[in-house]
Design a protein around this ligand. Structure first.
Ligand code: ADP
Ligand code: ZN
Length: 732
C-alpha cells in the first residue's frame, strides 16, 4: 500500500482549520506564507486570541474571500496523519462528540506552540545544603523520589510547593544541579533481540500466533485469555518484540498507574531500556517529549493510560489492552469513551493488531470471540508450579460474630495458621475509608454530602468526612448536624480502615499493611509500600480493589473476601459480571509461587448463582448463563444501550426536559428502539447538580447514533442545563 501524500495548499489558498474551541466545526483561513499541508498543526487568530489548530482539508468558502484571516504560522511538529483525522472523526461520530472536543484529546501536549530548543532541567546534586529548611527538604525529597528524571523550574516548584528562589538557593550551594538540556530527545532504543525467557509450550504457541499476526500486517484483534500468573504479559511482550523488529510502534494500555512501575521494570529487563510513559503521573516536560517523539518515531513503545490512544503514532503496529475488562477503561468525564473499543477502532483504521488480555474478559469481548470477530488464544495453566487457588465460601449465617466485627472465626483461624507458617494473608474489602455511614444515635440522621446524593464517608486516619463523589471534605463533627446532640455519632458498616483496626485487635502479633488509594500521598509511596509487602514486610495485607490488579506478592497464600455479596446489591445488570471478575481476580492473588493458595469468600448467600459459579471456577458456564440473560433482556452485548444524562441546579428543569424528550421519542422509535425514563441517575445529585437519566435500548443493528442525534436535536437546553450522551454506559 502506497500512502498517499497529504494535500498541499499554496499560500493564500482557502483551508479549513479545526481548533479545540467549542465551535460548530472547522473555520476557513488563508494558507500562510510558504503554504501548508493538510493535517499541519498551525496557529490561527480567533477573535483577539491566537489558538492552535489543525488544517482540516480545503476551506468551504461561501463568503467573501477577503474577509478570511490568515494562518499565523505552521508549528514545528509533525502534521496530523490522515488516519488520525479519520480516527477522531469516527470516534466522535460513535460517541456523539463534536470534532473540536475530539481534537482536544489529540492535542494534549503542553507547550505545543512554543518549543524553545533548549531548556533548563533541575536534578539532584551531590552536596548537602548547609542549612536545611522545610522548603529545601521538600525540594530534595521530590528530586530523590524521581531518580534520574529532571524537572523544569516551574514543575519542581509546583511539586515541592516552593518558590523558584528556594530552588535557586539550592543550586547556588550545589545541592541541586541546573543543566541545559535539549528538549525532546528521542527515547533510548529498545532491543527486541535481547534474549527472551524460555516460554513453556502453551506460551510459545500463543506468542507465535500473535507474532505471525503482527508479521501478516493489517488489522486483527485477539482475545488473550489466561488465568492470573499464566504468563500473558510474557506472551504479549513477544508480540511487542515482533512489532519493534518490523520498525513499527507498540502501545500497551494499563488500567492503573500503580501498575506501571512493575511493568516498566519488566520491559526494561526484556528490551534493555525503558519505554515512553503516558499518564497523569508523568511530568509536563516528559509528556511533551513523548507526544513529539511518538509523532516523529523517536519512541518505539508507549506504556500508558487510555488517553495514550490519542497520541500521534506515525506507524502504530500493535495495541495491547491489558486487563481489558477493567471498568476504568471507560472514561466517565468529558468525552465518554471506552478505551478498549477505541483501541479496536484505531487499529482497524491504521491496520494494527490488537491484543486484549485478561483473566476474566468482559462479556463484550467474550461474545465477540464467540461470534468469530476476535481470534481467541488461551493460557490454561499458571506458570511454573503455581496452581489456581482453592476456593470456598464461609456461610456467614452460621458464624457467630459480635456486632461491628467482620472477620468470622473461620477466617480468623485460617489467617492465624498462614501467618504462623510465615506466609501472607490478604483481607479484601472494596470500601475505602473507615465506615461507609455515619449516623446519629440520638435522631437517626445520616450525614450526607451537601452537594451530592451521597453519604459522607469517615476517613479516620485523616480525621475527616469525605464525599467519594465530589471530594468535599469536612472535619469530623462532634455534634450531630441535624439535632445537635453531642457524642452520639456512630460509624456504621465496615471500610478498610476499620477492618485494619479489627485485624490489629484479632492478630496482635502480625504486621499489618493497608493498601487503599487514599492512604498514599504519591504514586511513589504506593510503589514503595507494594515493594515492601512483596519483600515480606507484612503478614496481613488489608486492601481495596487496588490490590486486585496484577501485583505479585509471592508469599501471599490466603485471600479472605470480607463481603463477597457487596457487588451483587442493586439493580445494575452488570453486577454479576463485575462481581465474578473481581472475585476471580482477587482470589488469583493467592498462591502464585510454589504453595497452593486458598480464597475464602464470606457470604450470606452461598447459594447465589454468581457465588456458586465463582466457587466452581466454571468460567464458561458463567459466561453462557450471563450471555443468555443479557440476550433475553436485549441488552449489551446483544443489544445496544445509550444513556442521556441531564443535569442542572434546577431539579424541575431537568425533569421537564427529560419529560419532553420522553414524549418526543419519534426518531428513536423509528429505528426500533425504546426510551426509558426519565429517572434519577445512578447518582441523583453531584456537586449541587440534579441529574436525571433516560436510557435508550436499541436492537443490535440499529443506527443508534443518528437516531439519538435527531432525537436530542429537537429540544433546546434551558440555561445552566447540561446534556451528556453516554453510548454503551457502564451501568444499565
Ligand atoms: P499474567 O500476565 O498472566 O498474570 P505474568 O506474565 O505476569 O502472567 O507471569 C506470572 C509470573 O510468572 C511472572 O513473575 C513471570 O515473570 C513468570 N513467568 C511467566 N512465564 C514465564 C516463563 N516462561 N519463564 C519465566 N518466568 C515466567
Ligand atoms: Zn459530594
Amino acid at each position: 500500500m502506497i500512502p498517499s501524500l497529504p494535500e498541499f495548499y499554496n499560500e493564500g489558498a482557502l483551508v479549513a482549520v479545526l481548533t479545540a474551541q467549542p465551535l460548530d466545526g472547522p473555520l476557513d483561513y488563508l494558507a500562510p506564507e510558504g503554504g501548508c499541508v493538510s493535517g499541519a498543526f498551525v496557529e490561527v487568530p480567533l477573535g483577539p486570541r491566537r489558538v492552535p489548530g489543525v488544517v482540516w482539508g480545503p476551506g468551504r468558502g461561501g463568503f467573501e474571500l477577503r474577509k478570511a484571516r490568515s494562518i499565523i504560522r505552521v508549528l514545528d511538529v509533525a502534521p496530523m496523519r490522515d488516519e488520525m483525522q479519520e480516527f477522531l472523526r469516527r470516534a466522535g461520530e460513535y460517541t456523539l462528540t463534536p470534532l473540536s472536543a475530539m481534537l482536544r484529546l489529540a492535542t494534549r501536549a503542553p507547550g505545543l506552540s512554543n518549543p524553545p530548543s533548549m531548556q533548563k532541567i533541575y536534578r539532584l546534586g551531590d552536596v548537602t545544603p548547609e542549612r536545611m529548611t522545610d522548603a529545601r527538604a521538600r525540594v530534595l525529597e521530590v528530586l530523590r523520589g524521581y531518580g534520574t528524571l529532571g524537572f523544569t523550574l516551574k514543575e519542581l516548584g509546583d511539586l515541592a510547593g516552593v518558590t523558584s528562589s528556594v530552588i535557586k538557593g539550592l543550586v547556588a550551594q550545589g545541592a541541586v544541579r541546573e543543566e541545559d538540556t535539549p528538549r525532546d530527545t528521542p527515547f533510548a532504543r529498545l532491543d527486541p533481540d535481547l534474549p527472551a525467557r524460555d516460554l513453556v509450550p502453551e506460551q510459545s504457541v500463543a506468542a507465535e500466533a500473535l507474532c505471525s499476526g503482527v508479521r501478516g500486517g493489517g488489522y486483527g484483534t485477539t482475545l488473550l485469555r489466561g488465568v492470573t500468573g499464566s504468563g500473558k504479559t510474557e506472551v504479549y511482550l513477544e508480540a511487542v518484540a515482533e512489532t519493534l523488529r518490523l520498525g513499527r510502534q507498540a502501545l500497551v494500555l494499563l488500567p492503573e498507574i500503580a501498575l506501571t512501575a512493575e511493568f516498566l521494570t519488566r520491559v526494561e529487563a526484556r528490551f534493555g531500556a525503558r519505554p515512553a510513559e503516558w499518564h497523569s503521573g508523568v511530568t509536563m516536560t516528559e509528556r511533551r517529549r513523548t507526544w513529539k517523539m511518538v509523532g516523529q518515531g523517536g519512541a518505539q513503545m508507549v506504556v500508558g493510560a487510555r488517553s495514550a490512544l490519542f497520541l500521534p503514532f506515525q506507524n502504530l503496529g500493535l495495541i495491547v489492552v491489558d486487563e481489558e475488562h477493567d471498568s476504568s477503561y471507560k472514561q466517565e468525564d468529558g468525552v465518554l469513551y471506552n478505551a478498549r473499543d477505541m483501541a479496536v477502532l484505531r487499529a482497524a483504521i491504521c491496520g494494527a493488531r490488537v491484543v486484549l488480555a485478561s483473566a476474566t474478559p468482559s462479556l463484550e469481548s467474550w461474545a465477540n470471540a464467540e461470534a468469530g470477530k476476535y481470534e481467541r488464544l488461551e493460557l490454561s495453566a499458571r506458570y511454573g508450579a503455581a496452581v489456581m487457588p482453592e476456593l470456598a465460601a464461609i456461610d456467614m449465617r452460621a458464624e457467630s460474630l459480635p456486632s461491628n466485627r467482620w472477620v468470622s472465626p473461620t477466617l480468623q483461624a485460617a489467617v492465624n495458621s498462614r501467618v504462623a507458617a510465615g506466609e501472607q494473608a490478604l483481607l479484601f474489602l472494596n470500601r475505602r475509608g473507615y465506615a461507609p455511614t455515619t449516623i446519629c444515635r440520638a435522631c437517626g440522621h445520616q450525614i450526607g454530602c451537601e452537594h451530592c446524593d451521597a453519604r459522607m464517608v469517615e476517613h479516620r486516619f485523616q480525621k475527616r468526612l469525605i464525599c467519594h463523589q465530589c471530594g468535599e471534605s469536612a472535619a469530623m463533627p462532634v455534634a450531630c448536624p441535624s439535632c445537635g446532640a453531642e457524642g452520639r455519632l456512630a460509624a456504621v458498616g465496615p471500610g478498610v480502615e476499620r477492618l485494619a483496626e479489627e485485624a490489629a485487635a484479632l492478630f496482635p502479633q502480625a504486621r499489618i499493611a493497608v493498601l487503599s488509594s487514599d492512604l498514599f500521598g504519591s504514586a511513589r509511596a504506593l510503589r514503595e509500600q507494594i515493594a515492601g509487602i512483596a519483600a515480606g514486610g507484612a503478614d496481613i495485607i488489608i486492601g481495596t480493589q487496588l490490590v486486585a490488579k496484577g501485583h505479585n506478592f509471592p508469599l501471599l497464600t490466603l485471600v479472605g473476601v470480607i463481603d463477597a455479596d457487596l457487588g451483587l446489591q442493586g439493580s445494575d445488570l452488570r453486577a454479576a459480571e463485575r462481581t465474578f471478575q473481581l472475585m476471580r481476580q482477587v482470589a488469583g492473588r493467592a498462591g502464585r509461587a510454589e504453595r497452593r493458595g486458598r480464597a475464602l469468600l464470606q457470604t450470606f448467600q452461598p447459594e447465589h448463582p454468581v457465588i456458586r459459579a465463582i466457587l466452581a471456577g466454571d468460567e464458561e458456564g458463567f459466561w453462557r448463563t450471563e450471555a443468555e440473560a443479557r440476550r433475553a433482556a436485549g441488552v449489551p452485548p446483544y443489544g445496544r444501550m445509550a444513556g442521556i444524562i441531564l443535569s442542572s441546579p434546577d431539579m424541575q428543569a431537568v425533569y421537564d426536559l427529560g419529560g419532553e424528550l420522553a414524549r418526543r421519542d419519534g426518531p428513536i422509535r423509528a429505528v426500533g428502539a425504546q426510551v426509558f425514563g426519565p429517572a434519577p441517575a445512578p447518582i441523583a445529585r453531584i456537586r449541587g447538580r440534579h441529574r436525571v437519566r433516560l436510557l435508550v435500548k436499541a436492537p443490535k443493528g440499529a443506527a443508534l447514533q443518528a437516531a439519538i442525534a435527531a432525537w436530542i436535536g429537537q429540544v433546546r437546553l434551558p440555561p445552566q442545563t447540561r446534556m451528556t450522551v453516554d453510548i454503551d454506559p457502564q451501568s444499565f
